[in-house]
Design a binder for this molecule. Structure first.
Ligand SMILES: [Zn+2]
Length: 407
């Protein structure tokens, strides 16, 4: 049941007996190869069902086959590699992340999780469960402004209603997706889901740690707030007689900063702004996140009670609300124990960013392993990881899978 871990190092070139002279690239070399598969030369960009996305799927499918997996693509374009157990009644454990990117992306967001999973699967045989690796077709939502398009097809959160969405060229999402029911997975067939991902934040880098285990993915409230005062002449209206909407908004921005949870005013717009006009109408966004939904809702309530200065009307509009997702206690423990073999201190982190794991949690227990990225920079061509950290993540994922197989 348990396969020996000796043999080549994780980052050494793959050289398998059945592939004699064929030397496959390492994880980081594979990421370099994928980075060249793009819809826009000069930057990395792969969106749902684009030509580059199809080429990326073909390339990753080849690496999956070389690792001994059987490969298929589901009707939503998710790429799936499978290592079947000899037990015909075995359930399935899923590893994965996404193969699409934002525009002008880095090399590792999403991709690292898929490549690490393939690398690890290539070294495992005869597991008591089926192992499947998903390269999700779309997590970033660039083309159709969706969330979790690929994993949502798997969990069922992507429904026929969503298929009317159109991209910038007027193509409907439904034209690019086949039978949705064939994408869905039955929770009863699944054991769990694990995702390796770069942290996309600075905590691991600052603490000088290679990896951390994710215990929860934060919930999120997005709102839009309008401040209405009175526009007026900047030269003729005395200071005491003004109803300056921007001054009220500025006070609100500072109140948001002090609300005690992750809270961000990311947009601020002044209607008809001009250097000689007192702002009469200002809108801003607030993004509020926390791992604990009650704490997040309390912060939202605190901000809703906030009173603007006299003469200003403030209107709230809730744009979206997503609940927090807790990772599975047992899987978090198993991943932490696996990580401790390679790192003395293993921090438990909350992911402020959304991930496919958040979608997958709807149908199966999930866990994530975060890998340090330089200065926490992501969604940026400067994204960077250390080879040693990637090797560690692969070794930890392997140890984790073996511990799951023994459980
Ligand atoms: Zn990602």
């Amino acid at each position: 049941m348990k396969k020996s871990l000796c043999g080549r190092g994780i980052l050494a070139p793959i050289r398998k007996p059945d592939r004699d002279k064929n030397v496959a690239p390492t994880i980081l070399e594979q990421a370099d190869i994928l980075a060249k598969i793009t819809d826009e030369p000069g930057i990395i960009c792969r969106t749902f069902r684009s030509p580059a996305m199809k080429r990326a799927n073909a390339q990753v499918a080849q690496w999956m086959r070389e690792a001994g997996l059987t490969v298929r693509e589901d009707p939503a374009g998710n790429l799936i590699g499978r290592l079947a157990s000899k037990n015909p009644r075995a359930k399935t454990f899923i590893l994965g992340s996404h193969l699409d990117t934002v525009r002008d992306a880095g090399k590792y967001d999403g991709i690292l999780g898929v490549l690490t999973a393939i690398e690890v699967a290539g070294q495992l045989r005869d597991l008591p469960f089926n192992l499947e690796i998903y390269g999700f077709a779309d997590e970033e939502g660039v083309r159709f402004a969706t969330t979790y398009l690929g994993s949502g097809a798997v969990t069922g959160s992507l429904t026929k209603r969503n298929l009317n969405r159109k991209d910038a060229a007027g193509i409907a999402l439904g034209q690019l997706i086949g039978d949705l029911s064939a994408c869905r997975r039955n929770p009863r067939d699944l054991l769990g889901y694990a995702e390796v991902h770069i942290e996309q934040g600075p905590v691991l880098d600052q603490r000088r740690l290679a990896v951390g285990v994710v215990k929860a993915i934060a919930g999120q409230t997005r709102t839009r707030i309008t401040f209405t005062g009175q526009a007026g002449h900047a030269g003729t209206t005395p200071m005491k007689m003004r109803r300056d909407a921007l001054c009220a908004a500025a006070e609100f921005v500072l109140a948001v900063e002090k609300v005690g949870v992750l809270a961000t005013v990311g947009t601020l717009e002044i209607r008809n702004s001009a250097g000689n006009v007192i702002p009469g109408h200002v809108t801003c966004s607030v993004d509020i996140r926390h791992e604990n939904d009650a704490m997040r809702q309390r912060a939202v309530a605190t901000l809703r009670r906030w009173k603007p200065r006299a003469g200003i009307k403030m209107v709230w509009e809730n744009k979206s609300e997503v609940s927090a997702v807790a990772c599975d206690g047992g899987l978090v423990k198993a991943m932490t124990q696996a990580a401790r073999k390679h790192q003395r201190i293993v921090p438990l982190l909350v992911s402020g960013a959304g991930h496919d794991a958040a979608a997958m949690a709807a149908i199966t227990p999930v866990v994530m392993l975060f890998v340090r990225c330089k200065d926490g920079i992501s969604h940026n061509s400067a994204e960077s990881v250390k080879p040693g950290d990637v090797a560690k993540a692969a070794a930890i994922l392997q140890a984790f899978l073996l511990s799951v197989s023994e459980a």
